[in-house]
Ligand binder design. Structure first.
Ligand code: SF4
Ligand code: SF4
Length: 435
């Protein structure tokens, strides 16, 4: 349980009790802060999430609800904080023809329609010939399934655009707006690519079938400024810009560069995120809006943390990531030829997710005021890579918590009191040369 010390519009101190494991937010006298207006309904029965760990591996099931197809990890960009680059060497190479055998094998373990099928790279449009085999056939088999793809948008052609429209693929374009230099070239700098991106947006914006999505990094951490950048670029106030989240550190390169923030940069992040709720900009940014909504709902419904899985959902048995050899992977960001290759989808009963750690097994997450907002960062990171990713998530979460309180209650979060535990960090001991 934590005490949230806040100030109201007149600068008066107001303190609230927040218990993330029970999702209760009360005044210090125990009265609830949020009125349910009698809409709470009958008490809900919550199912416990499976708490995966190497000792208690998770399982995967046939006919998953979410199928993530890894086309390959190659990319034409070299983002400086890429969460896949450390995995590229462990990727099992697949050829275009493997898409055909993949579809044949699929008959054996995917008979029910998934609700969503995602196509992943690397950069998925590098693998357009694979997509041209997979998508029409999967559309025939599972017309009800939603198709989604995350791309850097730099390889669009008219042919690809027509294909996306024809198969109604929901598109997320990864782009960091003013911070794009951390990823590589800006496709908006090339008039032809810019025209294609605009044409795609103008087609896909109807029915919410496209968004631009950015990663918050130390010098590019203002979600409202990011949104303005895209509004101006697209010349469209309605452009949907979201966030992939705050930068994580999946390798030493990210730990030596854009994954590490100074205290001042964290403060700017928190201020920018919190004030975007006050101005209402955050409500136009799906990732922020959904986080705040989820937090409010958890408090209104008393969502117990025992029902919470990991933030990305890949600890769930009904979320399955595979490559075109039908290798089941920890997630679509990993390769099959090392520890993240979990076995074959053709023997789904044998799959054991033994590479990952549910947040409940991490002391810091069990003592974290933003647990309900974060969901435990990446489940397979350990050591300093986890510690730094966790710190980034923590500071971002505090910004969202503050923003949600400002928007919902008119209270500004000043500090958090309680048994907050942070992960153990790598200690750097400098050795001074003796004179
Ligand atoms: S911020 Fe860190 S400690 Fe808190 S839930 Fe996320 S990963 Fe766990
Ligand atoms: S396990 Fe989840 S959070 Fe970690 S890299 Fe994979 S999808 Fe991302």
């Amino acid at each position: 349980m934590f005490i949230l010390h806040c100030s109201d519009a007149d600068g008066k101190s107001v303190s609230l009790r927040y218990a993330p494991h029970e999702s209760s937010l009360t005044n210090l006298d125990g009265t609830p802060v949020l009125a349910t207006n009698g809409q709470a309904g009958a008490p809900r029965v919550w199912e416990d999430a499976v708490r995966v760990s190497p000792q208690q591996p998770g399982r995967k099931i046939e006919n998953p609800a979410v199928l993530k197809i890894q086309l390959g990890l190659a990319c034409n960009y070299t983002c400086s904080y890429c969460n896949q680059s450390s995995q590229v060497d462990s990727m099992a190479m697949t050829r275009t023809a493997d898409a055909l055998s993949f579809l044949q094998d699929l008959d054996q373990w995917l008979k029910e329609p998934p609700s969503r099928i995602e196509f992943w790279g690397g950069e998925p449009l590098l693998y357009f010939r694979k997509l041209a085999i997979l998508v029409p056939e999967l559309d025939k088999r599972f017309p009800e399934a939603e198709f989604c793809m995350v791309t850097n948008g730099s390889l669009l052609t008219q042919e690809i655009l027509d294909f996306i429209v024809r198969y109604d693929i929901c598109i997320t374009v990864s782009h960091d707006g003013p911070g794009q230099y951390l990823r590589g070239e800006d496709p908006f700098d090339d008039p032809q690519r810019e025209a294609l991106l605009k044409a795609l947006w103008n087609n896909r914006k109807h029915g919410e079938r496209m968004q631009f999505s950015s990663v918050l990094t130390p010098n590019n951490s203002d979600p409202a400024a990011l949104r303005r950048w895209f509004v101006e670029k697209l010349g469209d106030e309605s452009v949907v810009t979201s966030l992939e989240g705050v930068v994580a550190t999946h390798d030493e390169k990210a730990l030596a560069g854009p994954g590490v923030w100074s205290a001042a940069q964290y403060q700017s992040l928190k201020d920018a995120v919190a004030s975007s709720f006050e101005t209402g900009e955050a409500l136009r940014i799906p990732a922020l809006r959904e986080k705040a909504k989820g937090l409010m709902q958890s408090i209104l419904m008393g969502t117990p943390s025992s029902s919470m899985g990991q933030k990305c959902g890949m600890d769930r048995s009904d979320h399955v990531a595979v490559d075109l050899h039908s290798n089941v992977l920890t997630c679509h960001n990993t390769g099959a030829n090392a520890q993240h290759g979990l076995g074959s989808a053709l023997q789904m009963d044998e799959i054991r997710l033994d590479t990952s750690t549910h947040w409940a097994h991490r002391e810091c997450c069990s003592h974290c005021p933003v647990l309900q907002l974060c969901g435990g960062s990446c489940m397979y990171l350990e050591g300093e890579q986890f510690a730094q990713s966790c710190e980034n998530e923590y500071q971002f979460g505090l910004g969202v918590l503050d923003g949600t309180l400002r928007r919902a209650l008119g209270l500004k979060l000043e500090s958090v009191e309680g048994d907050v535990r942070r992960p153990t960090r790598r200690k750097v001991i400098s050795i001074l040369a003796q004179a």
